[in-house]
Design a protein around this ligand. Sequence first.
Ligand code: NCD
Length: 354
Amino acid sequence: MSILDEKFEEFQAGSIEERIKCFKQDGRLFDMIVSQQLDRKILNDIYDITNQLRTISKSKSGSIFIQSLLCHKRAMLYFTQPSSRTFLSFESACHMLGMRTSEIRDSRVSSEIKGESFDDSLRTYSSYTDLIIMRNDMENSAERAAWLLNTWSNRCIPVVNGGSGSDQHPTQAILDIYTLQKSFASQGGLDGKTVLMCGDLRRGRTVRSLSYLIKNFEDIRLIYTAPQSFQMKGDVCEFLEKNNIPFIVETESIDNVISEADAIYMTRIQDEYDLVKGESGKVDISRFTIGLPEMKKVKPNGIIMHPFPRRNEIDVAVDSDPRAMYWRQERNGMWTRAALIAYIFNVHNEILNF
Ligand code: NCD
């Protein structure tokens, strides 16, 4: 165990409230690592910036203005786990703001294959860039990267978590809440709504990060719908209990609860994390899918979401239903991620005052 491993272990032994202090600078959000860093004020600010970006970028002069904001900055996309949406939306967001990007998408083509440590690789990447956006199959990878650069390195640049193993995916949660707020705009927003999450809740980082963010809203009720072996883990349930967020657990069938929900958030089975190959395939998930018969029970103002990729949790026949929100949700990712980057680099007031 290196001294860095020891120090990081000490850091991780602290409470989440203590740890997230490390991801702030000058009292502002610096690294985006876990959902617990976000409060309603930051979320509202990011969504105001998102809306303004969408408006401004409709014109050529507006787009050129946005591109000028961070044209002196570079970003690195360090994604060693498969990604389509998160990678492309972050890359598009960086380019929208004028940033140049570089990438590593496979650790086999980096010096990690020669035995370089994660820490040394990270410090190396930070030498050439002003922002690292990363996805990795290790649960604490983004936290380690941010901690390392903030405490151990002389080049301290922000780190954004684009998915850390089966733990968290906070920028997905940011875009999910944006989608929820927008979809329910004429019904008072997300406050007071019932959100059903279905699928692999145990290993799905999107539903975990989204559950943590729900704390920032009033009178939300959660319904966790999954076979027992895919149910939400104790850490998230304890967080909900501590914050007085009511949730119920349904293990039989989505049919039993679907009509109660305002938002239905479907997810795929995360079988890449199977400890024994093929174990997920043995669980019957046939009663945890949505097709046209289930849609008949969904509230007329309800919405269907999915972080994607989907397998067959949602029948493609549902796509043409106006309550299917997932394609818009996907596109919202680019705008909210651009807003988050502008916020981290403190250029958002120029966008808001345009
Ligand atoms: C998710 C992920 O990678 O966690 N996808 C995404 O980022 N939109 C969900 C998944 O892979 O199932």
